[in-house]
Design a protein around this ligand. Structure first.
Ligand code: UD1
Ligand code: CA
Length: 448
């Protein structure tokens, strides 16, 4: 296939009113421009070239390996394409041009557009759609059913404004013709910009074949220029993602109030309650229950896990674990099967072996806890001396009484028992009892 794509992403995005470059705003967790590049990579194009300008360094941080050219001054979409001239001059094929701000476009749509362009042997093919309220988009002007040009909102007369077929901002061009025609566009318009869309009228004058490929689903071509449109795109994308999960067998109680990012995988019969936020490369197994007010990011979760009102980050949770309410798993934690962590328990960079229970008000950091050990309420691994972090190791079947401070580095042996309220600074051997607290004193009738 002789296809290259060109993605325009140099503009300031003034209407977005943001410090962040417009195309880096995220739709369901993915920066718009990244989404477009990903989609383009799937349609068999041999090169995807970005046009970058405004805050290009920030965009390159997100897409470090992308091929790009710089448009120093943003003088319009036509001017943007001219910047790629050097790169494209020896290329004899089709160039698909897209905008960095239309993240909802589907792979199938782009493939269909390309095939249509090839089948009709057009020089230029424009992706179009019908909008009841076409405000802001370029209008497709036709004569006897043939496209004769695109007119932008700013230049549109009231008659043109009433046209509902709009330019999606996606086109297929034959490269040689495009490069020649671009030399002939000017900036004599309301915005003083070089419009890529002016190429169409020139094509028509030259007697070249221009086609419009009409897309039924007009949601797909939504261009994101403002925060209002960004919210709209998030809603549409969220719906797509959520419907797909339900089709795969996931139960969503309220699809409009469940926030699942694109890369997340969820197994059959898992129930997701309203208000859940599932992010990054999270994988959730089957028959889990994820209750509201839970945020899970980059975690791997087994089957039959229940999580309530908790935050889980970059951790592994095996099957039949229960978490929460109000627990916090911080990065690099690993909860093995049947572990329970409950109310106000924080775990960081720790391994909790099978069946460990820490039900209440506990901090376990840089620790390993052996199978079936019970951690009493208010236990804290004191892992930090102000400069360095130290490890706590607790053997299996141990019992740590409530309100215990385990001053790391420290080891508690298998089957050991630590009395409530202890401050443990020395290792406790297996099977031993350790108590470290002042003896209780009673003074009778003291109040009198
Ligand atoms: C553009 C189209 C319009 C179409 C709409 C679809 C033109 C003149 N108009 O309008 O017909 O209906 O998209 O969404 O093409 N950009 C650059 N360099 C520039 C200017 C823009 O790279 O000098 C980039 C922007 O970063 C953006 C894209 O091109 O990603 C489109 O620019 P934008 O200003 O959003 O164009 P629209 O006014 O939406
Ligand atoms: Ca736009």
């Amino acid at each position: 296939m002789s296809l290259k794509t060109l993605i325009l992403a140099a503009g300031k995005g003034t209407r977005m009113k943001s410090e962040l470059p417009k195309v880096l705003h995220k739709v369901c967790g993915v920066p718009m421009v990244q989404k477009i590049v990903d989609t383009c990579s799937k349609i068999g194009s041999i090169d995807n070239i970005l046009i970058l300008g405004h805050k290009k360094e920030e965009i390159l941080k997100v897409l470090p390996n992308v091929d790009y050219v710089v448009q120093e001054e943003q003088l319009g979409t036509g001017h943007a394409v001219i910047q790629a001239k050097e790169k494209l001059k020896d290329f004899d094929g089709t160039i698909m041009i897209l905008c960095g701000d239309t993240p909802l476009l589907r792979e199938e749509t782009l493939k269909k557009l390309y095939n249509y362009h090839k089948e009709t042997k057009a020089i230029t093919t424009i992706l179009t759609s019908i909008y009841e309220n076409p405000f802001g988009y370029g209008r497709i002007v036709k004569e006897n059913g043939n496209v004769i040009g695109i007119i932008e909102e700013k230049e549109a007369t009231s008659e043109i404004k009433s046209i509902k077929e709009v330019n999606a901002g996606v086109y297929c061009f034959e490269s040689k013709e495009l490069l020649e025609t671009l030399d002939r566009i000017d900036n004599k318009n309301e915005k003083g910009e070089y419009y890529l869309t002016d190429v169409i009228a020139i094509n028509v004058k030259d007697g070249k074949k221009v086609e419009a490929f009409l897309l039924e689903d007009n949601d797909e071509i939504l261009g994101i220029n403002s925060k209002i449109e960004l919210e709209k795109a998030n809603c549409i994308m969220r719906d797509r993602i959520n419907l797909q999960h339900m089709e795969n067998g996931v139960i969503l109680i309220d699809k409009n109030n469940t926030y699942i990012e694109e890369a997340v995988e969820i197994g059959q019969d898992t129930i997701i309650y309203p208000g859940a936020l599932l992010q990054g490369n999270t994988k959730i197994g089957e028959k889990c229950e994820i209750l509201g007010n839970t945020r899970i990011i980059d975690c791997e979760i087994g089957n039959n896990v229940r999580v309530e009102s908790s935050v889980l980050e970059e951790s592994i949770v095996e099957s039949k674990v229960t978490i929460g309410p109000f627990a916090h798993l911080r990065p690099k934690s690993h909860l093995k099967e049947e572990v329970h962590i409950g109310n106000f328990v924080e775990v960081k960079k720790s391994v909790l072996e099978k069946g460990v229970k820490a039900g209440h008000l506990t901090y376990l950091g840089d620790a390993t806890v052996g199978e079936k050990t019970n951690i009493g309420a208010g236990t804290i691994t004191c892992n930090y001396d102000g400069k360095n972090k130290f490890k706590t190791t607790i053997g299996k079947n141990a019992f740590i009484g409530s309100d215990t401070m385990l001053v790391a580095p420290v080891n508690i042996g298998e089957n050991a028992l630590v009395g409530a309220g202890s401050v443990i600074t020395k290792d406790v051997p297996e099977n031993a009892l350790a108590v470290s607290r002042s003896k209780q004193v009673i003074k009778f009738d003291w109040r009198k």
